[in-house]
Design a protein. Structure first.
Length: 217
């Protein structure tokens, strides 16, 4: 089965879309064939939407099975078709999908996120929240991909960061790339515990690393 695709003609699908165990959010106007394929590969309901008028859903939204978070610049009505609770992240870190990495048991956030914002993350997603970096990057949401089964991160992630990620998520951690060498793996993968899809420029070798890390092999 095809495991690669584009959204809006680009392979950085993690910038334009995001997913949980049950839902994938894609920008309004996404090709119907892509919507169908995402639904099949991830076994989710696919919901087209915009956030604050923007199509970069993956950068502006992060969620898990318990809820979704969006920035204060957006309106709750942007995710009106989502059944789960939607929380507003306070503060100046508006690209929620870039600064937050989460599954159904834990979350890693930008080290500069305020205590008030972390409390909102914890309450909305129903998880313990930890500050940290991946490969020295504060944009942890794009530097990694986590499901309820495994975690794939930027290849320059340090040993200390790997240990911290293992402690936070209590999952195996591996490194890899997407889209022919891109190290910000979160920009090129959508995944949950049931399936995954990567950007169209991802090589067979890279897909193998994705499958190993997320326990699909």
């Amino acid at each position: 089965m095809i495991r690669t695709l584009n959204i809006y003609g680009t392979p950085v699908i993690g910038v334009f879309a995001t997913c949980t165990e049950d839902v994938a959010l894609v920008p309004t106007g996404t090709d119907s064939k892509v919507v169908t394929l995402l639904g099949e590969l991830l076994d989710v309901q696919v919901i087209p939407t915009l956030v604050d008028g923007s199509s970069v859903i993956g950068s502006l939204v992060r969620g898990n099975s318990n809820g979704f978070l969006i920035s204060k610049a957006a309106g709750i009505t942007d995710l009106k078709d989502v059944d789960q609770p939607v929380g507003i992240l306070p503060g100046n870190l508006t690209a929620v999908g870039n600064v937050l990495l989460a599954n159904d048991s834990a979350a890693l956030v930008h080290p500069g996120m305020s205590d008030v914002a972390i409390e909102v993350v914890s309450k909305t997603l129903g998880v313990d929240v930890h500050r940290g970096t991946i490969a020295g990057l504060k944009t942890v949401g794009m530097a990694g991909v986590v499901t309820n089964r495994g975690l794939l991160v930027h290849p320059r992630t340090t040993e200390n960061e790997m240990e911290h990620l293992t402690e936070v998520f209590e999952l195996p951690v591996d490194v890899g790339t997407v889209n022919y060498g891109s190290q910000v793996v979160g920009s090129g993968i959508l995944a949950n515990s049931k399936g995954y899809v990567s950007g169209s420029e991802t090589t067979g070798h890279e897909l193998g690393r994705v499958e190993d890390a997320l326990l699909f092999s």
